[in-house]
Design a protein around this ligand. Structure first.
Ligand SMILES: NC(=O)C1=CN([C@@H]2O[C@H](COP(=O)(O)OP(=O)(O)OC[C@H]3O[C@@H](n4cnc5c(N)ncnc54)[C@H](OP(=O)(O)O)[C@@H]3O)[C@@H](O)[C@H]2O)C=CC1
Ligand SMILES: CC(=O)N[C@@H](CCC(=O)OP(=O)(O)O)C(=O)O
Length: 349
């Protein structure tokens, strides 16, 4: 069967880009027609990524909108924040659908973007045009998107874990604390001291405490659910592992309830949403149980002594936190089954 659409990946030499390639190569309806690099154009992608030898040996294209326009129908921008917004207006003007993996179009307020990302914000018109692609929650809006802003990795795990409890008024939005941990691939492939082996190995390191750029993104989503401005306490940690995010979240219950009630309500909320799996009572998810897959697994514990619930949410940051959700969103935008090309069993152990 011939493929239905042609895809280009800008930032194809980063972790998000290479993960897009891994999944899209097996997608029955998408053909990768251009892999783009600003630093290695002209050489085969398999030179820098020998795991792609005999799998995909496309030569890297330079960043040239005319070339991309001729080769593709949809473009994934797996580029750093601040870079995406320099490319996307021209891609849209060329009539391409765009799925951006960066943080550039997630915040509706340009002022907030500038404050947290320290870059000049995109135009107001493009910020308003962008559809926020938390696939399970904004499915209807995503279907109409021309510019899809893929959520951040931490916001995906945190929001999927908190939204049902907030929408069912089970927890006090003012009481939310999110303790988040990520593997090193979350920082991308570029070199940096924090992911230097000697700094990362046998270490557990907090970073950007109360200063993380995903704070306003999570607050924007949760505020939209409860219809009032909501703030969170959010602490991120770097863990010596390659993939995975665990968000351990604490909130005050508005009235007593038991774990089984919560489990049933979450299963109802996510009914028909195949990538969110709610654990049975007493089963708490770990990162290895979703590794390499597009699943988000969620578990609970209620402490009757304190009146608080602990919600545990895990994803693979490069899959559900980036490339996987981006493809899930493409599927929704194209009117295809959202699981197309994504039915990968987690890699275990
Ligand atoms: N890693 C993760 O878990 C997640 C990442 N994200 C976001 O996804 C995006 C990609 O992340 P990730 O793949 O990890 O990052 P990487 O640093 O691994 O890759 C970014 C890629 O962008 C390309 N790039 C850099 N500058 C330019 C430029 N000026 N023009 C065109 N391309 C450029 C680089 O390739 P080259 O030099 O070859 O052009 C590089 O390979 C980022 O915005 C990140 O914040 C979001 C969620 C999770
Ligand atoms: C482990 C690690 O360093 N993770 C990165 C996630 C980056 C990211 O997703 O940045 P965007 O908001 O631009 O998408 C971080 O905490 O900044």
């Amino acid at each position: 069967m011939s493929k239905q659409i042609r895809a280009a990946i800008i930032g194809s030499t980063g972790y998000g880009g290479v993960e897009l390639i891994r999944f899209l190569l097996h997608h029955p309806k998408v053909e990768i027609t251009s892999v783009v690099s600003s630093s290695s154009a002209g050489e085969s992608i398999a030179v820098g990524f020998p795991h792609l030898n005999h799998v995909m040996e496309l030569d890297l294209d330079q960043v040239d909108i005319d070339v991309i326009q001729n080769k593709a129908d949809v473009v994934f921008t797996a580029t750093p924040s601040g870079v995406s917004s320099g490319l996307i207006p021209d891609l849209l003007a060329a009539g391409l659908k765009v799925i951006d993996l960066s943080g550039d179009y997630r915040l509706k307020s340009g002022e907030l973007y500038e404050k947290w990302y320290k870059h000049t914000p995109p135009t107001e018109a493009h910020l308003q045009q962008a559809i926020y692609g938390l696939s399970e929650v904004f499915k209807e809006e995503i279907r109409e998107a021309e510019l899809l802003s893929n959520p951040g990795c931490y916001p995906t795990a945190a929001s999927l874990g908190l939204i049902p409890a907030l929408s069912m008024k089970r927890i006090d939005p003012k009481s939310i604390i999110i303790d988040a941990k990520s593997g090193a691939s979350g920082a991308g492939r570029k070199l940096g001291l924090s992911v230097h082996y000697a700094e990362l190995n046998e270490n557990l390191k907090p970073y950007k405490v109360n200063q993380h750029q995903h704070i306003p993104e999570i607050e924007q989503t949760l505020s939209g659910i409860v219809n009032e401005q909501t703030t969170i306490t959010f602490t991120t940690h770097l863990v010596p592992m390659t993939r995975g995010i665990l968000c351990t979240m604490y909130a005050d219950l508005l009235e007593p309830c038991n774990e089984q009630q919560l489990i049933n309500e979450y299963r109802d909320y996510y009914k028909g949403r195949p990538f969110v799996r709610i654990r049975n009572k007493g089963s708490w998810p770990s990162t290895k149980e979703v590794s390499g897959s597009n699943y988000c697994d969620i578990g609970f514990s209620i402490d009757e002594r304190t009146g608080r619930v602990t919600i545990l949410s895990v994803i693979d940051n490069v899959v559900k936190g980036a490339a996987g959700q981006a493809i899930q969103n493409l599927n929704l935008m194209m009117g295809w089954d959202e699981t197309t090309g994504l039915q990968m069993t987690p890699v275990y152990p």
